[in-house]
Design a protein around this ligand. Structure first.
Ligand code: ADP
Ligand code: MG
Length: 319
């Protein structure tokens, strides 16, 4: 990267890191970071490639928001508190206007979630953004995928299916009015990582995951790694008002089960922790909807008012 170009990167990305434990931030060969005592470092990375994971011509502020928010969702899924992140930026050209917007979006989210940029790398090529997030978690409270048990209740933190609907709206496969358009655009570019809720679940939830690939697939990961099955109670799945207005119930349900990009948490609570959990929910107004139960079957089953149904491309069918 030429000197002038590097100056631009410096201008937009070199900020003093304010969060915990940054002994040395951007500007040297490495950042030097102090992990909080008695905590483990939770590390996760996601790459977003232009025109594959987002439209390259989208507003750079929104691209940055989405890139950092989906990474933060992985910290939430682990029950980890955000600390630091690094940024790998591949750009077709150094565009002052683009970098300005991108850094504004990036630091807005970083401030909201109290996470600091501590380093990165900048190269030339097709637009691509890689973020690595670092968080702190009490090893006894990490929300692993592998600890669910038969009989645990299954919860989600919010409405499902909006991610898939948002994608259809962005791809112009569906026509919508202005307020629905804004709702789904916001959902797509500004998903809400469930950090605050996740930090309450440590020591209570037996397992957790964020819903990035669809409820059935992601709950399926919990089943696989825990060696148990799960029943989903279809009539209990929370759906948003805009989604209910946008499509037929069957389509909404299909998206809620197997669309991606929802970024809500799915977690399990053992029976003997339910009282504590309910008290916690009302004290902190945690968003949690009971949607199923872990079973001794092998994988995920869907029940409609108690009857098993199978998923089809457009909805579900009774056996
Ligand atoms: P090196 O040659 O040692 O890899 P670089 O010139 O790539 O160093 O980077 C110099 C400093 O700028 C490092 O501290 C690096 O972390 C930081 N940096 C480079 N690109 C970015 C970026 N996109 N975001 C944040 N920090 C960056
Ligand atoms: Mg480098």
């Amino acid at each position: 990267m030429a000197v002038g170009e590097f100056e631009l990167i410096k201008e937009y990305f070199f900020r003093n890191a304010a969060s915990y434990g940054v002994a040395l931030g951007i500007g040297d060969d490495c950042a030097l970071l102090q992990v909080p005592q008695d905590k483990q470092l939770a590390v996760s990375m996601d790459t977003l490639v232009g025109d594959i994971h987002f439209p390259s011509n989208a507003d750079p502020e929104l691209i940055a928001e989405r890139a950092l928010r989906v990474n933060l969702s992985d910290l939430a899924a682990m029950g980890a508190e955000p600390l630091w992140f690094t940024l790998g930026l591949t750009l077709p050209k150094t565009d002052d206007h683009w970098l300005k917007g991108f850094s504004q979006g990036l630091f807005r989210v970083a401030n909201d979630f109290n996470i600091s940029l501590v380093g990165g790398d900048t190269t030339r090529g097709n637009l691509s953004i890689t973020i690595q997030v670092h968080g702190a978690v009490d090893p006894k409270k990490a929300l692993l995928r592998g600890n669910a048990n038969v009989g645990d209740s299954v919860f989600v933190t919010g409405p499902l299916g909006d991610g898939a609907a948002a994608l259809a709206v962005i791809k112009k496969e569906l026509e919508v009015g202005k307020s629905a358009f804004n709702y789904f655009m916001d959902h797509y570019y500004r998903p809400q990582p469930q950090i605050a809720t996740a930090l309450h679940l440590g020591g209570i939830a037996s397992s957790g995951i964020d819903i990035s690939d669809g409820l059935v697939a992601d709950l399926g990961h919990i089943c696989e790694q825990s060696g148990v099955g799960a029943d989903i109670f279809l009539e209990r799945l929370p759906l948003s008002e805009p989604l209910n207005k946008l499509v037929e119930p069957e389509q909404a349900l299909q998206w809620a089960l197997s669309g991606g990009d929802d970024y809500h948490l799915c977690f399990t609570v053992p029976t003997d922790k339910m009282k504590t959990f309910e008290a916690l929910c009302s004290r902190h107004r945690l968003p949690a909807t009971l949607i199923g139960r872990m079973t001794d079957a092998k994988d995920v089953r869907c029940l409609h008012k108690g009857d098993e149904v199978v998923l089809t491309k457009t909805g579900y069918q009774h056996f």
